[in-house]
Structure formats: C-alpha cells, structure tokens
Design a binder for this molecule. Sequence first.
Ligand code: NAD
Ligand code: MLT
Length: 312
Amino acid sequence: MTFHILISDPLSEEGIYPLRQANGVNIVIETTLTPEQLEDRIDGFDALLVRSQTQVTRELIEKASNLKIIGRAGVGVDNIDLEAATEHGIIVVNAPDGNTNSAAEHTMAMMMSMARKIPQAFHALRNQQWDRKSYVGVELKNKTLGVVGFGRIGQEVAARAKGQRMNIIAYDPFLTAEKAEKLGVDFGSVEDVLKVADFVTVHTPLLKDTKHLINKEAFEIMKDGVQIINCARGGIIDENALFDAVKSGKVAGAALDVFEQEPMVDFRLLDLPEIIATPHLGASTFEAQESVAVDVSMDVVSYFTTGTVRNS
Ligand code: NAD
Ligand code: MLT
C-alpha cells in the first residue's frame, strides 16, 4: 500500500528526511497552488503538510475524501478548520516547540531594533543621510516588560529580557503565584500588566478571547510612550486602534511581525515612522524550519506505520 503525502507550503528539505526514508510513501511537493487548484488536487492524498500559507478550509477538507492526517509545521493551527477536520475524523498535528527559540530571538531582535530605531536609522543612512539627532533611543535596562501570554515563547522572551536587566510582569490565565515566583517574574491581571509596562509583548494564540485583546481601551490604560511588540498573531492587536494610538503619541513604537491580513495588503501602519515590521519571519531560521518539519514528518511516519502520533 502506498501512502500519498501532499506538501503544499515550502518545508525544509532536511526536515522531511524522515518521510523520504520511509517505505511505501509517495511525496508530492506543490507549493504554488491557488486555493481552487488545491481543492482540485487534494483528493486521493492521505496526508497534507502545511506551514501557515495554506488555508485548510472546510471546503478543502470536504474535497479530501482520503485525508487522514494534517501536519502543521509550526505552532499556530489557526489556518486549519479544526472543527471540520474533527468531523471528518482527520488528525491534526503541529510542532509546538520546534520554533520557540527562533520566535523568542526574533521578538528580542524586534524589541531592541525598535528601542534603538535601528531600521529607521539604517534607512536614512542608505539614503546618504548622516543623521544622529533623529534616532535617539531608549535603554531596556530597568524598564518593565509586560508579557501577555506566558507559554513557551513568552517564557523564553522573559528569560532573555532578564538578561537585559528588564523587570518582567506577566499575565496568563494559567500562571500561578508559585510558578511566577519560581520563574522570577511578577504577575497580575492583563490590566495590571498593561498599566505598568514600558514595553508590552504579546504571545497568545489567536482565539475568540484574544482577538483585539489589545484594543482602544487597552491602549488607554497603558503608560504614555509605551512600546509594543507582536510576534505572535495578527489580530491580537487591533490595527486601527494601534494606528490611532501611535498617531496620538500614546504609543512611541510598535514592532510587528504578524498582521490581521497576510500577506499584508494595507500598508497604512508602515507610513508611521514609529512602526517597524517584518513579514512573519519569527520562525524563519534554518534551525526552526528543519526542526518543525522533522516533528510533523515523524508524526506522519508514525501514523502511517503504527496508527498513532505524538501530539494528536
Ligand atoms: P503556547 O501555547 O506555548 O503559549 C500560549 C500561551 O497563551 C499559553 O500559556 C496560554 O495559556 C496563553 N493564553 C491563552 N489565552 C490567553 C489570554 N486570553 N490571555 C493571556 N494568555 C493567554 O504557544 P507559543 O508557542 O508560546 O506561541 C505563542 C504565539 O506565537 C502563538 O500565537 C503562535 O502561533 C505564535 N508564533 C508565531 C511565530 C512567528 O513566526 N511570528 C512563531 C511561533 C509561534
Ligand atoms: C507558527 O505559528 O509556528 C508561526 O506562525 C510560524 C510559521 O509561519 O509557521
């Protein structure tokens, strides 16, 4: 029997080595299909491997009469209709920790670049302007970093920020006083965090109750001159409210890796000189891409050979 696997987003070639090694596996890599072409192509495949680009919609799942397992090479499964997958008995696996380090490092890189206005200064220099007055930054030392969402990445960011001698205050519904003490951070409600933080970084999934968690009202309770980082999911921050908060001077800087719509179509936020951005690069390191692809490939091989997976 042959197990047919479709890979519809670019995955690390080293990462799919476990699939290449397995017997009885047919791997098809097609990473430029439109949603309509994918719907026409999917029937007959037993497994579908994606990153965040492919939208695994109910319509797609309904066309996939043989599909048994969907592997998401990354953390967020918000591009997969989990309800439809469950209804059709399809297992969804992700790679929960393969890109944690990369995303935490990217968050720190964004915070430090924002605090010292490095992208803006580089842009000016490239335009042959030797301007030392416009790019005076702020130090991180002794500032308070508010971490909203204290899971894998939030905790890694906090550990690194402590190395920068920042004070950390975190909010997570699962964070207890004992755990916060053990990790050497303060903790409070989301309002407590937003009120005292000089920098706010969000690390929650995008869920009904985290959509626009950082909205007009949230900006109002923050300190004047606060700086914001989002390397988690577009939509956790209300982009219209962010635009207004930056325009009014309430927010002194924002560093964004993720957007409400991706690929980005509305570039209005980037007209504001206080905002720096990257195109969803948090997990884009060779190490992370190999690691997440290995994790989901091993799950698919395990499902194919034993009928079970690690994290279904
Ligand atoms: P995780 O599951 O380990 O942590 C998420 C945490 O958010 C959990 O501790 C959870 O309790 C908490 N949470 C849930 N609802 C909350 C709420 N209402 N308020 C506060 N906290 C809440 O996930 P992770 O691996 O740390 O990933 C965090 C986010 O980063 C996810 O959205 C993930 O998709 C994203 N991510 C982005 C990139 C990127 O390329 N930019 C890379 C990796 C992960
Ligand atoms: C994730 O959720 O893992 C990230 O968004 C990284 C990716 O693009 O896969």
